[in-house]
Design a protein around this ligand. Structure first.
Ligand SMILES: [Zn+2]
Length: 138
């Protein structure tokens, strides 16, 4: 069965992130000059403008910063079987935010500051998506 929804297309900046997801690791860039962690991947540190960077593994834990519940499938032919679903911004314990889906609970159960943890869903052999599910408070 093929995956019908839109997928990311890894490029030179993002390929290490997607390779990490495929291996069950949520990777962030860390500046090798000032230590600032960032997401999404960029060539330069937004804190000090250094091009030095390394990839580090996130704890995978965070809290819901904001979210919406999608109830109208757009486009309908792709998302009719998916609604309602939650699109959220999660603040990871490392301080960076990631746009994702919250799964594993009813959309109405999502609350501000709710503890969540990453879980991975293989979409294709190349792309595994990082999603988040409720987690015990850490
Ligand atoms: Zn920096």
């Amino acid at each position: 069965m093929s995956y019908a929804k839109p997928l990311p297309v890894p490029d030179v900046e993002t390929r290490p992130f997607w390779d990490g997801c495929r291996e069950g690791k949520l990777l962030l860039q860390r500046c090798t000059d000032c230590g600032h962690k960032r997401f999404p991947p960029t060539h330069f540190c937004p804190n000090c403008r250094s091009a030095g960077q390394e990839w580090v593994e996130s704890s995978g834990h965070g809290r819901v910063f904001s979210w919406i519940v999608v109830r109208h499938p757009v486009p309908r032919d792709i998302y009719a079987g998916e609604v309602p679903y939650v699109v959220a911004l999660v603040t990871l314990d490392e301080g960076v935010r990631i746009a994702t889906n919250i799964i594993g609970c009813a959309p109405e159960a999502v609350t501000a500051d709710m503890p969540v943890r990453v879980t991975f869903r293989e979409a294709t052999p190349e792309i595994t998506l990082p999603l988040f599910e409720p987690a015990p408070a850490s």
